[in-house]
Design a binder for this molecule. Sequence first.
Ligand SMILES: Cc1cc2nc3c(=O)[nH]c(=O)nc-3n(C[C@H](O)[C@H](O)[C@H](O)COP(=O)(O)OP(=O)(O)OC[C@H]3O[C@@H](n4cnc5c(N)ncnc54)[C@H](O)[C@@H]3O)c2cc1C
Length: 482
Amino acid sequence: MSDVLVAGAGPAGLLLAAELALAGVRTTIVERLPERPPYCRGFNLNARALDLLARRGLAEGLVAEGHRVPHAPATGLPGPLLLDGTATDHPFSLGIPQTRVEEVLEARALELGVEILRGHELRSFTQSADDVTALIHNGRTERTINARFLAGCDGGRSTVRKQAGIDFPGVAARWYALLGDVECELPYGPSTGPDGRSVFVIPRPGYVRIVVREDDPPPDKDTPITLERLQEQVEAVLGRHVELRAPRWLSRFGNAARLASRYREGRVLLAGDAAHIHPPAGAIGVNVALDDAFNLGWKLAATVRGTAPEGLLDTYHAERHAAGARILANTQAQVALEEAGAEPWADLMRRVAAHPAGNRALAEIITGLDACYEPGGHAWLGRLAPDVPLRVPGAETHLAELLHTGRPVLVDLTSSGTFAAWSAGVAVVAAVSSTSDTAGVDAVLLRPDGHVAWVGTPGSGDAGLAEAVHRWVGDVPVPAGA
Ligand SMILES: Cc1cc2nc3c(=O)[nH]c(=O)nc-3n(C[C@H](O)[C@H](O)[C@H](O)COP(=O)(O)OP(=O)(O)OC[C@H]3O[C@@H](n4cnc5c(N)ncnc54)[C@H](O)[C@@H]3O)c2cc1C
């Protein structure tokens, strides 16, 4: 029996499984498709996703392979959202195919011992007080798989979400667009027709991605798209003949926005598109899927191992459902801005975006860099701690590297071993920092996802540390008198 059964080998499922396996949790992924499709949906990792992947040593290799652009993708704004000066260790967006990110995550999951069953579809499941039993079909036969928990990382039409009876409220798509990965002579960027409508052409390696709004979409949105249909729509917008060739992938997408009413139902959890779908703005889907998985992984692992503090797993819903709601709002706002023309509020937003401070704030909001799970305290509390360089006995390191093992860490920056007595309950690393970023910080308790659970400041000693350890790490020994 596996500890956790993950449905879906997309970015959310693969990272979640790798995180669970890193913590010693036996994990099986079932993936409906026999192999990864030849087409690629997303083409970017944002600054927030890179910051998170860096906490496991997974960002560097991807950054070396990808293409950096110094701004965040956004829709409806006149200029780019610059990342310089924002709260990130990676002030750029990385152009890299989603399929490549999945390959890297899959290799890591396999290396850590995850079992990946491709061509296996989860059809249904039941859950009891102790476990989950899922019915899996491999195209020929059916079998059951038992696990202590089930994670639905099975995309926007999630079977897990539906079977768990979790509502998916929101708004239906108001429009649909056709997408074609093809070859053609149209220039990159928007091409506008006589009535002001546009066709967008995005460069891709060896081909282009054409996106055009669809007039009169069929009642069944799964109706297959032909090259002729795409060409007809492009010509209707541009008012002239355009030749499209060599289709690699033809698809349809809409601007629906929906958020699962809860991310947990007993022993069942949702992550990624299974938990939220949003309009295609800001190129955020893969990045949010990774964010969900990274938040869930260590909490679910601690729950399976029996070390989790009371209520830890429920903080997954509390933190990521709120983040999901913000992403829906951000993406809907970008689409509204794009459609708003000269309306006064849109003009105001564009002026905010043109102001350096406003531009930075929007970049942080749209990429999720503003994520703070405990607002109102010390500037670091609840946020991802910056990846500052550190000196530890005998070596140079940096903060993100201390998290590669996936365990919580108490970083003692006092140079006098003030927090050494805490090592009976939590990994303590005595480190020296010479950057001004750590000014006024004596010690910091990092959750396994790098978010700050507690900050010690000069003169405050270890006040509040015992509570933070009990809240995020568990019922572990703390020094007498703390
Ligand atoms: C055209 C397009 C362009 C996009 N561009 C970007 C972009 O530039 N940047 C970005 O960040 N995001 C982009 N996205 C969004 C991004 O692709 C998704 O948000 C992301 O893939 C979500 O990851 P996930 O792991 O949650 O789900 P998915 O990647 O959808 O993975 C779910 C997996 O579950 C499997 N599955 C489904 N049902 C079952 C079942 N019953 N049993 C077993 N397996 C099952 C599926 O086969 C699939 O492999 C784009 C999406 C589209 C459609």
